[in-house]
Design a protein around this ligand. Structure first.
Ligand SMILES: C[S@@+](CC[C@H](N)C(=O)[O-])C[C@H]1O[C@@H](n2cnc3c(N)ncnc32)[C@H](O)[C@@H]1O
Length: 225
């Protein structure tokens, strides 16, 4: 049977209280979802390991706040959350209530109101896969402008082996995944590296979410070579 993918426009699709209120349960409550969430947080821990706890970090897009929560739990107290969706921010505000000093901004990652070098670090998880190449480059350039240090971006990278593993996993897993509502753009590792360079930034380190079988890599990027 043909899958009916519902392709939503990425900027407006999340501005919906139902999408925001059900996001965490839909995405991260299954066994594979919980594993994915755990692997994201493990990758965040690895990629931020060398960052002093005093750095000012922007989580963009923060979504429902799970990555900010992870950063705050790791001891990073100067976290700022930004997202285009007020509904997602509302959920994040509730999750992050124990950390009253967190600032929230409803903004577009393509053009933010922040001054040059406002942050020492940026994390951007589960975002690049949603947007096409020209927009990704625009966003990377904007991140390079507002960040003086490390930019950690999750890229949806794939390879034939990872695709094969996913196919086999899907065939045998008891969990039947619903067709995705969203578009997701995959790149090869070489294409992702090329894109970072096109945005005038430098890839310093790449951490794969789960060795070679995962279709996700955390790029540690800098705007100075
Ligand atoms: C898949 S969620 C990821 C959220 C979070 N980073 C995480 O890993 O759980 C994607 C988020 O991107 C936000 N978003 C989409 N387009 C955006 C834009 N142009 N600027 C800022 N946020 C945007 C959506 O509102 C949504 O919260």
């Amino acid at each position: 049977m043909e899958k009916k993918y519902k392709v939503k426009e990425i900027k407006s699709g999340w501005q919906d209280s139902n999408v925001a209120n059900t996001y965490d349960a839909k995405r991260f409550s299954s066994i594979s979802g919980r594993l994915s969430d755990w692997l994201d947080k493990r990758a965040i821990k690895k990629t931020t390991a060398s960052l002093p706890k005093t750095v000012k970090i922007l989580d963009m897009p923060c979504g429902t706040g799970r990555i900010s929560h992870c950063l705050l739990s790791l001891g990073y107290n100067r976290v700022t959350c930004a997202d285009i969706s007020e509904d997602m921010i509302k959920v994040a505000t509730s999750l992050l209530k124990p950390f009253p000093h967190v600032a929230f901004y409803k903004i577009d990652a393509e053009k933010t109101p922040f001054e040059n070098a406002s942050f020492n670090a940026i994390v951007s998880i589960r975002f690049m896969g949603h947007v096409p190449k020209d927009v990704r480059i625009k966003i990377l350039k904007e991140m390079g402008r507002i960040c003086s240090g490390r930019i950690i971006v999750e890229y949806p990278v794939t390879n034939p082996f990872a695709r094969f593993v996913k196919k086999v996993f899907k065939k045998f897993t008891v969990e039947k995944k619903l067709p995705s509502q969203w578009t997701w753009h995959y790149l090869s590792m070489a294409e992702a590296k090329q894109e970072v360079a096109e945005a005038g930034l430098v890839t310093k380190k790449i951490v794969r979410k789960l060795s070679y079988i995962s279709e996700s890599a955390y790029f540690s990027i800098s705007n100075v070579s």
